[in-house]
Design a binder for this molecule. Sequence first.
Ligand SMILES: N[C@@H](CCC(=O)N[C@@H](CS)C(=O)NCC(=O)O)C(=O)O
Length: 202
Amino acid sequence: MMKLRYSPASPYVRKVSVVAIETGLEARIERVPTNVRASNGAFYRDNPLGKVPALVTEGGESLYDSPVICEYLDSLHDGLKLFPPAGGPRWTALRRQALADGIMDAAALIRMETMRPDNEQSPSWIAHQQEKIGRGLDALEDEAATLSGTCTIGHIAIGCALGYVGFRLPHFDWRWGRLELARWFDAFSTRASMAATVPRDP
Ligand SMILES: N[C@@H](CCC(=O)N[C@@H](CS)C(=O)NCC(=O)O)C(=O)O
């Protein structure tokens, strides 16, 4: 069995969970709930950075972060690859993953900032992160028409990023002015792997 350290609301973990379902590997993965805030020597041996997701392979090697884990899982099955093997489609999928991961990063930073006491928060810094999310979503709206077609890691990452922004930053109303992207997301969200991994508070 592989071992996946996770927390329930993490969008990065969700990417790995969706990939595990899409590749049929779910039954080979034991899920280990991990509190990233509690100091934990065994966790830090699996990931010295103290972040989830972290995957321990059946051979005992620890892998992180989510792009590495997702590509590793994709190497373990013989079906259609979520990471296109070479050429233009590969770079497009990887760029989309990077864009989606960056949106998650900015949303997670805002989430952490807004959990601080009011007088320790920086509104200009929150606005700076919000602008990244806005530009990222606008870029996705521009390419939404090209998102139909074979599911790749890019699609999965975008689905998880949009799910997270809607979950943690509902006031941001990402759908406003992004009808194509919203339509794509609603259709993509009906995939069994996405429906089974909707974020929730612990
Ligand atoms: N780039 C990493 C990001 C992982 C990440 O930031 N995970 C968060 C949970 S959503 C975490 O573990 N944070 C704890 C910390 O940074 O101390 C990935 O793609 O896996």
